[in-house]
Write a protein that binds this ligand. Structure first.
Ligand SMILES: Cc1ncc(COP(=O)(O)O)c(C=O)c1O
Length: 381
């Protein structure tokens, strides 16, 4: 069985049958000429299946140990695709602290349009989860690590409980990627992700994906994706596949850099809290050790100071650029309150533990000495 980095280079259905090109070409055609009315070729119309997208999708399925993947126009489109599996008026249990955009879909969209109701709880507290189960509970939405506080969910345990109660599980694997953890192997039914982050890896595309290891779910998702049509374009699929090839190299470097940064910031005089599951004194270190390869490439901090200090730190940082997203080769800093989590009210945010002084660092592939020096000078106040 090939190892992860070899799978990235050689698996998926990447062969270009026409020219034997070493990398799949970008096929922009909307339609494919059929031989006659009785014989359909492999491809008919690109919303249904497109060669560039298919090469990328099959590789995604292989790295997640799934049997099927569909590439969507964005991560939120992938989330909506999964939610369309549910009947009207379903009850969903979600990890507390889910990504702000997911929260917006749950609270501002599907509540109104589909009558779904979502409870946000700590999915590690199985007793609490059991107390929240209803007859119409259809889905457990797991995000691990969460954005931005990097809380982990013991995926195996919650999926086991869900299976016993006939409830679907979906894991948002955006932050970890299949490099760090494989939710389908741990027992989840579905993986969704934003490929705008580590999969693409170069901050140059918006995309998402839904992956499963079960044919009944795959068949339903495939019909839904054709019906809804929020698919990845051939250009984006090409970029994502190109980025995906180096996922192992990038994650190895980025996660090692992140651990060094977390160790440096741990106990720093101007840091009040540090959130990094790869630190031995993090309360979830043992979950991290059992289900993840590393603590990931994001380090979140809550500084000892005020909004003015935050502004100064961001201004002084040279290599951590102020940016909305994460997962690129360049290091980034995000002010969660005004950026990634601005969809929430201040009260909702603070209840979750996201303060005006919370900063999320997405660690890139730069030289670690430069990154540490940059943080040292910026945090010196
Ligand atoms: C954990 C997580 N899930 C989903 C999304 C949504 O992805 P996209 O921005 O590609 O729609 C994001 C985006 O930041 C995210 O961080």
């Amino acid at each position: 069985m090939a190892k992860f980095s070899t799978i990235l280079i050689h698996e998926g259905k990447q062969l270009d049958k026409a020219n034997n090109a070493i990398f799949p070409t970008i096929t922009t055609a909307s339609s494919f000429i059929q031989q006659n009315v009785d014989i359909n070729g492999e491809y008919s119309y690109s919303r249904i299946k497109n060669p560039t997208r298919y090469a990328y999708e099959t590789l995604l399925a292989d790295i997640e140990k799934g049997i099927y993947a569909t590439a969507t126009a964005s991560g939120v489109a992938a989330t909506l695709l999964v939610l369309n599996l549910l009947p009207k008026n379903s009850h969903i249990i979600a990890m507390r602290g889910v990504y702000g955009g997911t929260y917006r879909i749950f609270e501002k969209l599907i509540k109104e349009t589909s009558g779904h109701k979502v409870d946000y709880i700590d999915l590690n507290n199985l007793q609490l989860v059991k107390e929240h189960l209803h007859n119409n509970t259809r889905l457990i939405w797991i995000e691990s690590p969460t954005n931005p506080l990097l809380e982990l969910v013991d995926i195996g345990k919650i999926c086991q409980l869900a299976k016993e109660n006939n409830i679907l599980t979906c894991v948002d694997n955006t932050f970890a990627t299949a490099w760090n953890q494989k939710p389908l192997v741990l027992g989840a039914d579905i993986v969704m992700l934003s490929s705008s982050k580590y999969i693409g890896g170069h901050s140059d595309l918006i995309g998402g994906a839904v992956i499963t290891n079960q044919s009944t779910i795959a068949d339903k998702i495939d019909v839904l994706k054709t019906t809804i049509g929020a698919i990845a374009s051939p250009f984006d699929a090409y970029l994502a596949l190109r980025g995906l090839k180096t996922l192992d190299l990038r994650m190895t470097r980025q996660c090692a850099n992140a651990l060094a940064i977390a160790e440096f910031l741990n106990n720093h005089r101007n840091i009040k809290n540090i959130y990094y599951p790869g630190l031995p004194d993090n309360p979830q270190y043992s979950i991290c050790q059992t289900q993840m390869k590393t603590g990931g490439a994001v380090v979140t901090i809550n500084i000892n100071g005020n909004r003015e200090n935050v502004k100064n730190i961001i201004d002084k940082l040279q290599y951590f650029v102020l940016a909305e997203s994460l997962g690129g080769v360049e290091s980034m800093v995000n002010h969660s309150a005004t950026m990634s989590h601005s969809a929430m009210t201040e009260e909702e945010r603070v209840k979750m533990g996201i303060y005006d002084t919370t900063l999320r660092l997405s660690v890139g592939i730069e030289d670690i000495d430069d990154l540490l020096n940059d943080l040292e000078q910026a945090l010196n106040f």
